[in-house]
Design a protein around this ligand. Sequence first.
Ligand code: HEC
Length: 116
Amino acid sequence: MPGRLGLQGFALAAFLLSFAAPAVAVEKDMTAKGEVLVKENCARCHAIGKEGDSPHEDAPPFRTLSSKYPVGDLAESLAEGIVSGHPDMPIFAFNAHDVEAIIQYLESIQDSPSPR
Ligand code: HEC
């Protein structure tokens, strides 16, 4: 039945489009979302803003991270739940969308641009 196939193709296209569209609308709010995520998960130890000291004396303020490595390099660690070997820090595992948001937020507060 050719009619049935055509309908399925249409349904598939509509299905795929329904994924593509919201992603663009959400993009603008990524930095804000990242800020909320680090506030909830990291702020009790790390300074997360453009100034201030970290509540945990060993935890580097987030705005200084880019002096050591490109902030984007953290994406993999955040997704896999391994953020270096520091015992005090709990293990986090964020989904890809949250990771993207956190990275964008971190990029937005760095003192200096990430090294190449
Ligand atoms: C319970 C306290 C605590 C929480 C919560 C915490 N951290 Fe940390 N974090 C630390 C400490 C302490 C260090 C430094 C330890 C060290 O140098 O080994 C650190 C270091 C880091 C570093 C630097 C690693 C490096 O190798 O330079 C990054 C990046 C980091 N944390 C990201 C995060 C993120 C993102 C979150 C939230 C999702 C978070 N941390 C939540 C305590 C914490």
